[in-house]
Each structure stands twice: as C-alpha cells, then as structure tokens.
Design a binder for this molecule. Structure first.
Ligand code: ZN
Length: 164
C-alpha cells in the first residue's frame, strides 16, 4: 500500500512586533513527492504515518515562521533569529577542532624556528584561525537557515492587512 504523505501545511502567522496576522503555506523543502510504502494494507498504519508526518511538518512550519520577515512591518522576530544563530553554531562545533589543528600544524611546519623558541605560538595561531573563520561559518549557516525559511513559507494572498 502506498500513501502520499503531506508536504505542505497551512498555519497562521502572527507577527510579535506589529501584531499582523495572516495565513501561510509551508512547503517542506526536503519533500520527495513520491508515495511512501506502508507495510501491509493497514489503513490505521497509513493514517498514523500521515498524522506523524503532518505533526512533524507543523513543527517545522512553526520554526520557519519565527525566521521569516513580516509582510506588514518587514521585521524578523529577534528571538527566532537568535535561535537560528544558536543552531548555526552547530556546524562550527564540528569544524572547530579541524580548523584549530590545521592552524597549529601549519604554523609548526611553516616557521619551525619561531616555534622552537616560542612553543605557544602554534596555539595562538590556532585560536586566531578559529576567531577569523568561526564568525564567517556561523553567519553563513544562519543565512542558510533564514533563506530556507523564506523559501518554504508563502504568505497566502487572502491574508490582507488587518487591524490588530
Ligand atoms: Zn509585523
């Protein structure tokens, strides 16, 4: 048995700064528009899978909604972007040891005389490398998260400006 899991969900957007309300449609950016196989012919299992996918989709939609620009006042929710910043730190955490080691080893190889006299120099270079590259990686990851949200969320035309 094959079922089509939902890849779009509608929910309401509420702007925390100006109180604008509007309907949006969130489309899953990773959706594969293919029917999913459900073991056996169980309608219950199919319904459960559908509901689970719907819940997961709603969760992602709400997360994306904290990142999009309000169509009325053009601001992004500060708290949402701060959360995006924290999530963007994750790729840095996985890359940090490699960047640090690279700088340490590169320094040790390129200026061995300096390192022999001052063994702390490679460590300083490692920290400097992290300080130089870290913000760049985090900024890029944060931009990607916000861009993804902008792509996935569509404000529905029916949602005109309303008094708050
Ligand atoms: Zn607003």
């Amino acid at each position: 048995m094959l079922i089509n899991l939902p890849s779009k969900v509608r929910c309401e957007y509420l702007c925390p700064s100006c109180g604008y309300r509007g309907a949006i449609e969130f489309s899953d950016p990773d959706a594969i528009n293919e029917p999913e196989p459900i073991p056996g012919n169980s309608r219950i299992l199919a319904a459960q899978a559908f509901r689970a996918a719907e819940v997961a989709l709603e969760k992602r939609a709400h997360r994306a909604l904290t990142l999009v620009r309000c169509p009325s006042c053009q601001t992004r929710d500060r708290q949402g972007t701060r959360r995006a910043y924290r999530r963007a730190l994750l790729p840095l955490l996985t890359l940090a040891p490699a960047i640090f080691m690279f700088c340490v080893i590169a320094t040790a190889f390129s200026v061995p005389a300096v390192v022999a006299a001052m063994p702390w120099v490679p460590i300083v270079m490692g920290c400097a490398g992290l300080a130089a590259v870290g913000p760049f990686i985090v900024q890029r990851a944060k931009k990607r998260l916000i861009h993804e949200a902008d792509q996935a969320v569509r404000f529905l035309p029916s949602s005109g400006p309303q008094p708050s």
